[in-house]
Structures are given as structure tokens and as C-alpha cells.
Design a protein around this ligand. Structure first.
Ligand code: ATP
Ligand code: MG
Length: 208
């Protein structure tokens, strides 16, 4: 783990990354620079409680695609913390484990889409989670933020949550759409890094 004067600012970017694409990378990079983060950790989910893991690509392949996509950015790193565990990947457990690995002065920033904040109270042990890390919620230009800001005010006053909101460019890219395009033999070029595109074809992922 790196050391920084006065403590490091670490971003946490979780996802299935099935596959990782430019939407994920753009989001992490915008937030890394806007919030002066020393490093953003991409954490591919091991066993997602909310998704049918059976339908997901093998976790080691999702990890490899995440490494390929992030390796050219020194501000990015990939953590195997959820991949190496056989239990369900709950954010609270991941954040607790990361807390044990970092210094006392270091701060964790959990990066997420604004819609996740609206549902935050459904997360396992969310009150404890809000005490362990700060949150950064990303919205797109032109989206009405009133529902989000009233939810954030509520979480702040009820649980002392620290949640910042920022706007990042809208890229209508999703992993689901990329998987569908591969299955229909449509191009996925320019939606994700070339290295990941080549990996998908080499391993015959997402094909019928
Ligand atoms: P799927 O289609 O399988 O649900 P996804 O593309 O939505 O995949 P996730 O792994 O569900 O990707 O998302 C991980 C994180 O990346 C979430 O916080 C989500 O808000 C964010 N994210 C996903 N796609 C984009 C995008 N195009 N632009 C900005 N953020 C995104
Ligand atoms: Mg999604």
C-alpha cells in the first residue's frame, strides 16, 4: 500500500466489470482528478448478492479484463479482495478489509452512480458503512438532482453520512449492451479498451 504525506485519499470503484468499459474508466478518472485521489482501486465483485452470479463471467476473467483496462493509468489499481473470497461480496465487508490494509490517516472514498445512493439504506449494515468511508455520487449533465440532494440531506442528518455529488459526462455505455452486441456480432470497438476487446474474442466471451 502506498504512503502519502498527511494520509492518502483512496477511491473505491466496485462493479461486476463484465466487461469493464469506457463508462467505468471515465467515471473513475473524472473522480480521481476532481477529488485529488492518490489512487482508485477497481474492485471486481466476487459473488454479487444482487446479481445471479451463475450468469456472470468467471471472476478470474473479469479480474483479468479489469487489469488490462487499467494498467496504463498509474492512478488506477485493481484489488482482488472480493475475487479471492468465496463468501458473498457485501460492501461493508470489503470496506472493513480495506480499512485494515490502509493507514490510520488514509481516507476511503466510495465511488458510485447517484441511483445507488437513493437505495443505500437497503445495503447490508449501511449505517456502519457510512461511518467507515465517504461517498462520491456521480450524476450526468441535465439530470434533476433534487431527489438525490434531499436523500443525501436525510442520510447526513440521520447517520452523519459524508456524500459529495459530482457531474461527469454521459456515456451511454453499459456492460449489458456490450454483451448483447457481441452476441449479435455487432462491433464493440471504441466502447472499451482494445486490450479488453481482444481478450473477449480470444476467450470467446458473450457469444451465442
Ligand atoms: P451491467 O450492464 O452488467 O449492469 P454496468 O455497465 O452497469 O454493467 P456495473 O458493474 O453495474 O456496470 O457498474 C459499476 C459502476 O460503474 C456503478 O457505480 C455504475 O454506476 C458505474 N457505471 C456503469 N456504467 C457507467 C457509465 N456508462 N458511465 C458512468 N458510470 C457508469
Ligand atoms: Mg449496472
Amino acid at each position: 500500500m502506498i504512503k502519502c504525506e498527511g494520509g492518502c485519499r483512496f477511491g473505491i470503484m466496485g462493479g461486476s466489470f463484465d466487461p469493464i468499459h469506457y463508462g467505468h474508466l471515465m467515471l473513475a478518472e473524472q473522480i480521481r482528478t476532481q477529488f485529488h485521489l492518490d489512487k482508485v482501486f477497481f474492485i471486481p465483485v466476487g459473488n454479487a448478492p444482487h446479481k445471479k452470479s451463475g450468469n456472470m463471467t468467471n471472476k478470474y476473467m473479469r479480474y483479468e479484463m479489469t487489469v488490462l483496462a487499467t494498467m496504463t493509468n498509474p492512478g488506477f489499481a485493481v484489488s482482488k479482495i472480493e475475487i479471492d473470497s468465496d463468501s458473498m461480496s457485501y460492501t461493508i465487508n470489503t470496506v472493513k478489509k480495506l480499512k485494515d490494509q490502509i493507514g490510520k490517516e488514509d481516507q476511503l472514498y466510495f465511488i458510485t452512480g447517484a441511483d445507488a445512493i437513493i437505495e443505500l439504506e437497503t445495503w447490508s449494515e449501511f449505517k456502519e458503512l457510512l461511518g467507515l468511508c465517504k461517498f462520491i455520487a456521480a450524476t450526468r449533465p441535465g439530470i434533476d438532482k433534487s431527489k438525490l440532494t434531499s436523500k443525501i440531506d436525510e442520510l447526513k442528518s440521520n447517520y452523519g453520512a459524508d456524500i459529495s455529488v459530482t457531474t461527469v459526462p454521459a456515456l451511454a455505455i453499459s456492460s449489458t449492451d456490450i454483451r448483447n452486441r457481441v452476441e449479435c456480432e455487432q462491433s464493440i470497438r471504441y466502447l472499451l479498451p482494445e486490450s479488453v476487446e481482444h481478450y473477449i474474442y480470444k476467450k470467446n466471451l458473450y457469444q451465442k
